[in-house]
Design a protein. Structure first.
Length: 375
């Protein structure tokens, strides 16, 4: 009867930890007395969720969001707007941007990726960045767009950006879970999964971050199609996951870093997610994370926790980050962006700019780490 926001699965609820839940209005009357009787402390973070949603998406009509020259990076954009924006950049910045599709979603939408970088030499190492694996985490796609904007706007003036785009390619996928993201705009703001149909249970969707072929459907994932962390009928059952996995496999020699953007928790995570164990290149990855988190904090003083996903957040199997690492990408990270629960998935548009600005510092830091040899 409740929608779990943090953690994503009831298995991870343990004594002494904080849990964020979304509760339908009619349930609060019975839930709050129950919590009081059980002596469980609670705080109401957002009293009227519907109002908060309308504040975010209700302003759409009178803001002119169509002119791409004046594209606003400080508001959330629908899938259609994001795809228009990608097409526009592909036309207007053909020296640095190349747009292509890695496949089609369950509902037949193209899975667009932007390849960013100077065509300076035939072979260059690359960094993969994806956002929006989970539909309701809107700050993810906002960051992916921000990253592209920064790259294109500061390429001429910022020596660090110039170095990044000259020495590396960036593959950027602003919306991984296109069907789910679209659905979170039109039907259910808090939708998380893909939109594939399950005939037997009449439930839609699979958790696209539990569907990868690495310890698939083990701890932290669910076999039940109606659960938020449903791992799917088999690994790579989701066309979106299959398409990206295929692309990454094909380019695994070239891609040196995998960065995936989620929300929320203010963390920078690295493998493993599916077990408590230390990765072989721990020292290099750990120092990259440490420096990235410090760089991020230098902007607004926001402190990110960092470490292996299993011990820093919780154990989860079948994640894209673990899969990327297992498939030979030495630097695999998952960011959990702002905040820590005050707004949760409804991070206000006023916080897009500070969140993206600080995250940008972390990403540049990781990229520079990559260009130096780490032993």
């Amino acid at each position: 009867q409740v929608d779990l926001w943090q953690p994503s699965s009831p298995f991870h609820i343990i004594e002494g930890t904080v849990t964020d839940v979304r509760v339908p209005q009619n349930v609060t009357r019975s839930l709050l007395p129950y919590l009081q009787q059980a002596n469980i402390q609670y705080t109401i973070l957002i009293p009227d969720l519907q109002k908060a949603i309308e504040n975010q998406t209700g302003l759409r009509s009178y803001r002119n969001r169509r002119s791409l020259s004046g594209y606003n990076y400080e508001v959330y954009h629908s899938l259609e707007e994001i795809q228009d924006w990608m097409h526009h950049l592909n036309r207007t910045h053909s020296d640095l941007v190349h747009m292509f599709s890695v496949g089609k979603s369950y509902e037949g939408r193209p899975l667009y990726v932007l390849k960013l970088g100077k065509r300076s030499r035939p072979y260059k190492k690359a960094v993969w960045i994806d956002c929006g694996i989970h539909a309701r985490e809107w700050i993810g796609p906002a960051f992916c767009q921000w990253f592209v904007k920064e790259a294109l706007q500061t390429y001429q003036t910022d020596p660090v950006m110039r170095k990044m785009l000259t020495q590396l390619y960036f593959y950027i996928m602003p919306v991984f879970n296109v069907d789910g993201y679209h659905f979170s705009w039109t039907n259910d703001r808090f939708w998380r999964k893909t939109r594939s149909k399950n005939i037997r249970f009449h439930c839609h969707g699979v958790d696209a971050n539990r569907n990868w072929k690495v310890k698939w459907c083990d701890e932290g994932a669910s076999f039940h199609p109606c659960d938020d962390t449903y791992c799917g009928p088999f690994p790579e059952s989701e066309p979106e996951v299959k398409a990206v996995a295929h692309f990454l496999r094909k380019h695994r020699k070239q891609i040196k870093a995998y960065l995936s953007f989620h929300a929320y928790a203010q963390m920078l995570l690295y493998p493993y997610s599916y077990k408590y164990a230390t990765i072989p290149n721990f020292n290099c990855v750990e120092s990259a994370a440490y420096n990235a988190v410090n760089a991020l904090q230098s902007a607004y003083g926001v402190r990110y926790r960092y470490g292996p996903a299993s011990s820093t957040l919780y154990v989860s199997s079948g994640s894209s980050m673990d899969w990327a690492y297992k498939n030979g990408i030495p630097y695999a990270f998952a960011f959990e962006l702002r905040d820590t629960g005050h707004f949760g998935f409804l991070l206000p548009e006023t916080l897009i700019k500070p969140t993206c600005t600080e995250t940008m510092l972390a990403v540049k830091n990781i990229t520079l780490h990559l260009l130096k040899k780490c032993h």
